[in-house]
Design a protein around this ligand. Structure first.
Ligand code: NAG
Ligand code: NAG
Ligand code: NAG
Length: 429
């Protein structure tokens, strides 16, 4: 016994030193990797009194009246978010770690659906659609990875096939080259058959794809919350609204012909147009919003769309005071909820954001948007919300980002508390 004791002592010492090293290595690694901060996740989940487990109600989400439901017949209300560049992030191992961490942080905040671009997106090179008819398989494989990870974490995806601000001009450029017509403008992507064809190919490429990671067909995958035609389509060259309504209807019909199971939406901001001038008082201004080629009521009525979208950017929409911006925010939400009740379609407030990192104003703005939304959700008159945007400190669109680490005690807390209230409207885990 006496002879054994020192050996046991040595063993314990070796083990202790070993643990110390492992512990130090782990904490050093954590310090080196700002995207892998388990402490943040634990801190937020602790505050979360009422979690919702999306995996327990997995399956393709459908509309039910003015809200959404899972296949087991339970209500599904969206507390979601935007991170536009998740697909492009997944091109490198470091970027994949960042993307997965965003998903984890979001889940710890109680968020359940992310909206992202699955198309060319401005300065993100190389392009997933380098020309009208060709696609970059490497980037689609990055999307496969993201979709697979999201599925495992219980995050659903609202996937967007185009962008007024980043991909429209490019379709215009391709059109100019192909037709040799110098009169071509970006809006012609909504008119020219060739550009319509290229756009359909982009949507089809994603909808008809089989995931190379998990072998699932996208069009059968419950991870897809819904498809979205275009981010913020505007067509100032036709203020009647006809060009956009026709284009959205044609693209909607096409995407639905490929996939009847998933929901589909437009991506419009919500500007009232020519069909009902009595709604103009709710527009952010008397002049420019009605001249963007949009007509929210007609766009919402397009039969291929299962729900409608609304955006809010008070900072960009010409208000003079913060108070006016907040009054507008509440009134914009109420007016659109009323429309959607009348048109009998769910509404998703799918973008609202505050830039320049004016944190205090942003927190007040989010509080107003969440308060109005929650009131409507409690009455089952609103399908959900997605704020712009959740990011880490290297976010692509940084000025507008809610950083999960920096804003942990402020905006992130407001979002988590709101998600908690939304979760109370859904089945207990
Ligand atoms: C496709 O994307 C990969 C990954 O970013 C890139 O290395 C490659 O050059 C791209 N191919 C084309 C044809 O753009
Ligand atoms: C958040 O609050 C905690 C507790 O008061 C504090 O220790 C921490 O430093 C704060 N974090 C940030 C990023 O402000
Ligand atoms: C007069 C004015 O400032 N108009 C701007 C209002 O906001 C729109 C949309 O952001 C701009 O396009 C206008 O220039």
């Amino acid at each position: 016994m006496a002879a054994i004791a020192p050996r046991v002592g040595r063993t314990i010492l070796v083990l202790l030193v070993g643990f110390l090293f492992v512990g130090m290595a782990a904490s050093m690694q954590r310090e080196q990797d700002p995207y892998d901060d388990g402490r943040i996740i634990r801190r937020v989940s602790k505050a979360q009194r009422r979690p919702y487990n999306p995996r327990k109600h997995w399956g393709i989400v459908k509309r039910n009246g003015l809200i959404f439901q899972t296949p087991d017949g339970k209500d599904f209300l969206v507390s979601g978010w935007n991170t536009r560049d998740l697909m492009y992030n997944c091109l490198t191992p470091a970027g994949r770690a960042r993307a997965v961490n965003i998903l984890k942080q979001a889940r710890s905040m109680g968020l359940t659906v992310v909206r992202m671009m699955t198309c060319n997106d401005g300065s993100r090179f190389p392009y997933v659609q380098p020309s009208g008819t060709t696609f970059n398989e490497t980037i689609l494989v990055a999307l496969d990875y993201l979709v697979d990870q999201a599925s495992k974490l219980g995050v659903r995806i609202l996937a967007v096939f185009g962008n007024n601000w980043e991909s429209k001009a490019q379709y215009g450029d391709w059109l100019k080259q192909a037709t040799q017509k110098s009169s071509i403008i970006p809006d012609d992507m909504f008119r020219e058959p060739l550009a319509k064809q290229w756009f359909k190919l982009m949507a089809e490429k994603v909808v008809m794809r089989r995931n190379t990671v998990n072998r699932r067909l996208y069009r059968e995958d419950p991870t897809i919350f819904a498809w979205e035609v275009f981010n913020e389509p505007r067509c100032v060259s036709d203020t009647s609204g006809n060009t956009l309504v026709n284009w959205l209807a044609e693209m909607g019909e096409y995407i639905k012909s490929l996939d009847k199971q998933h929901m589909l939406t437009s991506g419009v901001e919500g500007f009232y147009g020519q069909s009902d001038r009595t709604r103009w008082v709710f527009n952010p201004a008397v002049d420019w919003p009605a001249n963007q080629g949009n007509d929210f009521l007609r766009e919402t009525a397009i039969s291929h769309f299962d729900f409608t979208t609304v955006h809010i950017y008070p900072q960009l929409w010409n208000f003079t005071t913060f108070d006016n911006q907040m009054i507008f925010t509440a009134s914009w939400i109420k007016a659109h909820v009323d429309d959607c009740v009348r048109l009998n379609k769910p509404m998703l407030l799918e973008e609202f954001g505050w830039g320049k990192y004016e944190r205090e104003q942003r927190d007040r703005f989010f509080t107003v948007a969440f308060r109005e939304s929650l009131a409507a959700m409690k009455q089952k008159r609103l399908g959900g919300t997605m704020f712009w945007a959740l990011e880490d400190s290297e976010g692509f669109f940084s000025g507008w980002g809610v950083y999960y680490s920096r804003d942990i005690n402020t905006t992130v807390k407001i979002i988590s508390d709101y998600s908690n209230e939304v979760n109370k409207l859904m089945p207990a885990p």
